[in-house]
Design a protein around this ligand. Structure first.
Ligand SMILES: Cc1cc2nc3c(=O)[nH]c(=O)nc-3n(C[C@H](O)[C@H](O)[C@H](O)COP(=O)(O)OP(=O)(O)OC[C@H]3O[C@@H](n4cnc5c(N)ncnc54)[C@H](O)[C@@H]3O)c2cc1C
Length: 432
């Protein structure tokens, strides 16, 4: 963990349920499946594998939820962020519609899982507003709505006035209102997933970074500083934190197949009921359609939580959050001088095609990553797909397994990210 790391200073660290007790791996043992990474993907995979009768061990380099899962905005938004037409062009009508329906089921999947295991994570069906700042983006939203209608989703298009009434300011040209969306406390969710997995017999070791992975006969040996595990199958669920340990991924090119980008968040002190009557009076979550996305919601205690672009690394320095604090006051002038209680950041994993990636590069090795900042629901669902793949029963609807393709010039990604960010900002400004 770097000195600058903000995991401990996040809002969720102050409000989440306690983490279950887990220890460091300091023995040599064997199991059927080892999962690397105790975030939503890894723990969902572990839970579903244990339901299928497999013996599972999870290794986490830091503590449960240390990656994006314990620090995100907690918006349980269904589906992928890309336009459905992109799926159509890439996969053809039949596969695209399967992927669309499956990924759109992700929020309901989380609601069912939370109910089934009675997970204590402040989950609420708040409804989600996908807000467009210009006519071009609103037209794209119209197309998305047509796809949603085809699968029977009762989302609706709101015009500029209806959007303003629901959000509390006038800047949007319109939006999609999707009643399926929700919000939760992400650190509670990931900790509760871990607790559920533990009750099903899954072993979870924290502070136990997987350092190397080697084939030994028909099995795999995974090594940590103080122990080793021999397993038939390994599932890598390390997403944007894939090169957390010594800058290397356990599997060749995995870290180079995604671009890790920082997203930062700020949370105000709890707001009065009077202010809450004018800002998001229905308690909805909001995310805009911009390429450089902005997202906001209320937490359980009425704090306004807003997230957006971060800088090139994690920051505890409050000055690095000024653009977001400014945004809070710009959107809602009534909040201009309202005290900011928390600021923190985390890494999202961007893929070049904006679709999460599933890999099975060789017998016994699986990986799933690249949620492009829309992963609370999607990574939980993908965890189940990984569990199914590892037991040989992947459904047709899942995103296809692909080769691990390193992104060219990945080592220069710092410069690339800055150029791409500037380009996206220009596209947003030009309303493309
Ligand atoms: C600031 C922020 C806001 C976001 N907001 C939203 C939102 O509101 N809604 C939404 O849908 N999505 C959001 N996301 C995206 C979402 O949080 C992620 O897509 C999701 O949490 C990914 O989960 P994961 O389990 O795949 O990865 P992670 O949660 O990142 O877990 C990976 C884990 O792997 C561990 N690890 C890495 N290497 C090793 C190793 N060698 N050995 C052992 N362990 C290792 C890490 O420590 C980490 O805990 C946001 C992300 C961020 C950063």
């Amino acid at each position: 963990m770097t000195i600058q790391d903000t995991f401990k200073t996040s809002l969720w660290m102050h409000t989440a349920v306690p983490a279950p007790d887990t220890k460091k791996l300091n023995i040599n043992c064997s199991t059927e499946v080892v999962i690397v990474g105790a975030g939503f993907t890894g723990l969902s995979a572990a839970l579903h594998l244990s339901e299928m009768g497999s013996k599972v061990t999870v290794l986490e380099a830091e503590e449960i939820g240390f990656g994006a899962s314990g620090r995100n905005g907690g918006q349980v938004n269904p589906g992928l962020k890309i336009d459905p037409d992109v799926l159509l062009n890439r996969f053809g009508a039949k596969k695209a519609s399967h992927i669309f329906s499956a990924t759109e089921s992700s929020a309901d999947f989380v609601f069912d899982l939370v109910k089934r295991y009675n997970l204590n994570c402040e989950l609420k069906r708040t409804g989600f507003i996908y807000a467009s700042e210009n006519k071009n983006m609103l037209n794209k939203s119209r197309l998305r709505l047509e796809w949603l209608k085809k699968i029977g989703v009762e989302a609706k298009l709101l015009d500029a006035n209806e959007t303003a009434e629901r959000i509390g300011h006038q800047i949007y040209s319109g939006s999609i209102y999707d009643p399926r969306g929700g919000a939760l406390n992400p650190l509670s969710f990931v900790r509760e997933l871990a607790s559920a997995a533990l009750t099903k017999g899954v072993k979870i070791y924290s502070n136990s970074a997987a350092l190397s992975l080697k084939k030994t006969g028909d099995s795999w040996t995974i090594t940590t500083k103080e122990g080793t595990i021999i397993a038939d199958k390994i599932i890598l669920c390390t997403n944007a934190y894939t090169n957390l340990v010594s800058g290397n991924s356990l599997w060749p090119n995995l870290a180079r197949s995604i671009i890790p980008l920082y997203s930062f968040q700020v949370a105000t002190k709890p707001l009065s009921d009077n202010i809450r009557k004018v800002i998001l009076p229905g308690g909805h979550t909001v995310s805009n359609t911009r390429r450089l996305m902005l997202y906001y919601r209320f937490d359980e205690k009425g704090r306004f939580v807003l997230g957006g672009r971060g800088s090139g690394q994690d920051r505890t320095d409050f000055r690095k959050y000024k653009h977001l604090v400014h945004k809070v006051g710009e959107l809602f002038p009534v909040l201009k001088n309202h005290e900011i209680e928390f600021c923190w950041g985390g890494k999202v994993a961007i893929t070049t095609d904006a679709i999460p990636h599933l890999h099975n590069p060789i017998k016994g090795i699986y990986a799933g990553l690249g949620f492009n900042g829309r992963g609370v629901a999607m990574s939980t669902l993908l965890g189940k797909w990984l569990a199914m793949a590892a037991t040989g029963s992947l459904p047709n609807e899942a995103v296809p397994f692909t080769e691990i393709n390193p992104i060219p010039f990945h080592s220069f990604r710092g410069i690339g990210v800055s150029l791409v960010t500037q380009f996206k900002a220009i596209q947003d400004r030009l309303k493309l």
